[in-house]
Design a protein around this ligand. Structure first.
Ligand code: F6P
Length: 322
């Protein structure tokens, strides 16, 4: 029976378990066996893998985190690590490997193994949504929805007691996709992103104007925008109003995946399994609009993805709405 293996690398994201469950279900329908690898590439190099049965994965798709565990390590970046991985792949008779991970895992992990001849398909999984070539990554929607729910709750109290300003700090690493999406969804008065530095005096004027008009101001900042606590302090000083900072932290990365992330997980997993079953080599599953398909690793790695600049400007009042 042809054999696949699946692992999670880098940060986990809501929907990873849904992708694992979907991969096992789809593989079973196609008569393939799937081995689950514990703790990413490091676990693969150490041969920590075992068969995943339908009974084992039944219902895990509803849970956040990853039942396989994950790791941020340099195993696959080092010649010795790669050679141990190749030995395990050959010893276990693995015909194809599915890598659930973000930009770094695709760029440095899946690509390195594919270059060594491993049929390796990456499924973009990260709340950050920073993988080029795909509109969405697994986990982004859930993370955005969590932040949106919190921003809505902050607005409730902001509307009740006038004269305060609020700053919600999202995750996102060095990218601002989550913060921009959340800011748009909640009509934030200001958004701070790592990609497009903003003049804070200009930001403070906008926040002060919002307080004057609606009684409060709400800003969203991505963690990578800088020292967000200091920025909050500066905005408070310059705008002349108290500022309350809420940092979402890792609460944003856990919890049950939304419908959209489960949908994406199922489509990506089915596409990856079918690609490997048909003897396809390395690649990445991507989603453009509602279409899910395979793309080459080279195309994705060469691509560049930036938050929508026109939207960023419009949200900060630098231009009119797009
Ligand atoms: O996986 C991406 C991410 O969640 C980023 O948004 C965040 O900056 C980072 O991981 C946090 O990493 P860690 O869990 O290792 O602290």
């Amino acid at each position: 029976m042809p054999r696949l293996a699946i692992l999670n690398s880098g940060g986990d994201s809501p929907g990873v378990n849904a992708a694992i469950e979907a991969a096992v279900r789809h593989a079973s329908q196609l008569g393939l066996e799937i081995l689950g690898v514990e703790r990413g590439f490091a676990g693969l190099a150490q041969g920590h893998l075992d068969r995943l049965t339908l009974a084992q994965v039944d219902g895990i798709g509803a849970r956040g985190g990853t039942v396989l565990g994950t790791s941020r390590d340099r195993t696959v970046g080092e010649a010795e690590g790669r050679s141990r991985i190749l030995q395990v792949i050959s010893r276990e008779g693995i015909d194809g490997l599915i890598v659930l991970g973000g930009d770094g895992s695709i760029r440095h992990g899946a690509t390195a193994l594919a270059e060594m001849g491993v049929a390796c398909v990456a499924i973009p999984c990260t709340i950050d949504n920073d993988v080029p070539g795909t509109d969405r990554t697994i986990g982004f929607d859930t993370a955005c929805n969590k932040a949106i729910a919190l921003a809505d709750a902050i607005r409730d109290t902001a509307q009740a007691l006038h004269g305060r300003m609020f700053l919600l700090e999202t995750l996102g690493g060095s990218t601002g996709f989550i913060a921009l999406a959340v800011a748009e969804a909640v009509h934030a008065d200001l958004v701070l992103l790592p990609e497009y530095p903003l003049d804070l005096d200009c930001g403070a004027r906008r926040m002060r104007a919002a307080v004057a008009e609606q009684g409060y101001a709400l800003a969203v900042a991505s963690e990578g925008a800088g020292d967000v606590a200091s920025m909050a302090g500066y905005l408070a000083e310059a705008a002349g109003h108290r500022m309350r900072l809420t940092s979402l932290g890792h609460a944003q990365r856990g919890g049950a995946p939304t419908y959209l992330d489960r949908w994406l997980a199922q489509r990506f997993a089915a596409t990856a399994v079918e690609h490997l079953q048909q003897g396809g080599g390395g690649g990445v599953t991507v989603c453009r609009g509602c279409e899910v398909r395979m793309a080459s690793l080279a195309e994705v790695v060469a691509g560049r993805k930036q938050p929508d600049h026109a939207l960023y400007q419009a949200l900060n009042g630098l231009t009119t709405a797009p």
